[in-house]
Design a protein around this ligand. Structure first.
Ligand SMILES: Cc1cc2nc3c(=O)[nH]c(=O)nc-3n(C[C@H](O)[C@H](O)[C@H](O)COP(=O)(O)OP(=O)(O)OC[C@H]3O[C@@H](n4cnc5c(N)ncnc54)[C@H](O)[C@@H]3O)c2cc1C
Length: 427
């Protein structure tokens, strides 16, 4: 069994196949598994990369039938049952595609070139470097207009990532950087959340949406509704209705589409470029190929399942069961989804959670968010370090990882950041 992607879907599938009479090969272009829900905390200098990512090889230790190879998948020959990577080719009996999703700039070149996405670990680090560098640069700037531009962060997209990031940046500035930069005038600082529709967190109930709006405003985040970004150019954000915002930091969290690998399996993709699959998660013309997680367009009771971790993990377990069944010459069954609920945090003491009939906001929601995320952080060691960092931040209003650090290739010269390097795989 070849599994493409060691994210939530791929890793769960590999683990669920541990007792199956198969050899499992997991292929990923990164050598780590990333816990995406806390990526915004790397971007806002609360956590270090090592606390939210683990090497895949260490996660597979103890699995006698599973191995890992680091490679970028470049094409898939479904007829020949072969995966082609930048390092070599590998044949399969069964293929599980769990390649996730990528940032979608909807073909807008200025956004793709100038906005910072937040999907991958490198992007979280680049964003941290960039924001801290803008604040350092602002200390040299004597022109008040240019200084304000350096001190304005625009976050585009009022979904969970945008809401969490806007709250976290506001706290980073108002609680931590304020003390680092004693001459910083907080009246010159702005965190602006730009949302294209007239509501934040569209998947949540209206009461929770209002609670999120109020919590962000308490944290001094400005919220602009009906704000469709038309272009970003040299620190100027232009909206479709003519409004303008000057900001050197523009973060794009407003669009995702299936990863490029999805396009290698289908010529007529579903919404967001996801691969349409049978209710059993198999590719219609190739039952030996399963597609799961963000890359798959799976409809349950007429509704397309969202791009979420529980969806990817449940599909992965179902797919492993189906491979077991096929090995016993039985037909796979249709996938059923059990919705565990959704939540989003808005920083210190504030979160919203919608779990079945239960609705929580404010401090209670935040405690629930903390508990759920801590339990799900990938290893015991990371859990401990994350807990210590959260406690430190909560008690001492301090974030120890606000370092501007960029990887450099051997022989490359040194420059004062910015520019931040922006690794880009998205289209
Ligand atoms: C910032 C952020 C916050 C999020 N927060 C939450 C949250 O709080 N709760 C929640 O439920 N969901 C959250 N999500 C969504 C969640 O991360 C995804 O739904 C989930 O990761 C999907 O799992 P997956 O296995 O399909 O893909 P992923 O977990 O993304 O894994 C895909 C893997 O495929 C690899 N890959 C892709 N292309 C190639 C290639 N060509 N060759 C080799 N390897 C490849 C990637 O490197 C990656 O490791 C968040 C997402 C982001 C970006």
């Amino acid at each position: 069994v070849v599994i493409v992607g060691a994210g939530f879907g791929g890793l769960t599938a590999a683990r669920a196949l541990r007792r199956a009479p198969v050899d499992v090969l997991l292929v990923d272009r990164d050598n780590y598994h990333l816990f995406t829900p806390l990526l915004y905390q790397v971007a806002s200098a609360l956590l270090s990369p090592g606390e939210i990512a683990r090497p895949v090889r260490s996660l597979l230790r103890g699995f006698r039938n599973a191995t890992f190879r680091l490679a970028n998948v470049e094409s898939i020959d479904v007829a020949g049952r072969r995966v082609v990577t930048d390092r070599g080719e590998v044949d399969y009996h069964y293929l599980v595609v769990a390649a996730g999703s990528a940032t979608n700039f909807f073909g807008n070149r200025s956004l793709a070139e100038q906005a910072l996405p937040l999907k991958e670990l490198g992007e979280g680090l680049a964003l941290r470097n960039w924001v801290l560098s803008q604040f350092e640069a602002s200390r040299w700037e004597t022109d008040p207009v240019r200084r304000r531009r350096l001190l304005t962060i625009a976050v585009v997209g009022g979904g969970p990532t945008g809401v969490e990031l806007a709250g976290a940046f506001s706290e980073l500035i108002r609680i931590v950087l304020r003390r680092d930069l004693p001459d910083l005038d907080l009246n010159e600082v702005r965190v602006v959340l730009l949302e294209g529709s007239d509501t934040l967190l569209a998947a949540f109930d209206s009461g929770l949406r209002q609670a999120a709006d109020a919590a962000l405003r308490r944290k001094r985040v400005e919220i602009w509704y009906q704000a469709l970004v038309r272009s970003v150019d040299g620190g100027l954000v232009e909206l479709a209705d003519g409004r303008r915002l000057e900001a050197t930091t523009v973060v794009w969290t407003a669009g995702v589409r299936a990863a490029e690998v999805a396009g290698m399996l289908t010529e007529s993709p579903g919404s967001q470029g996801r691969v349409r699959v049978r209710p059993t998660l198999q590719l219609p013309a190739h039952p030996e190929v399963f597609v799961i997680g963000d890359a798959a367009a799976v409809e349950v009771r007429g509704e397309l399942l969202p791009m979420l971790i529980p969806v990817a993990m449940q599909e992965a377990k179902h797919c492993a069961r189906s491979i077991h069944r096929l090995l016993m010459e039985r037909e796979p069954e249709a996938f059923q989804y059990r919705d565990p609920g959704i939540m989003a945090t808005i920083g210190r003491n504030a979160a919203v959670a919608q779990l079945g009939p239960v609705r929580l906001a404010g401090f209670l929601g935040w405690l629930m968010w903390l508990g759920v995320h801590l339990v799900n952080v990938i290893s015991f060691r990371s859990r401990l370090v994350v807990l210590v960092n959260w406690a430190w931040d909560y008690l001492f209003y301090d974030r120890p990882v606000r370092l501007i650090v960029e990887a450099r290739a051997p022989g490359a010269g040194r420059s004062t950041p910015p520019p931040a390097s922006r690794r880009r795989r998205a289209g």
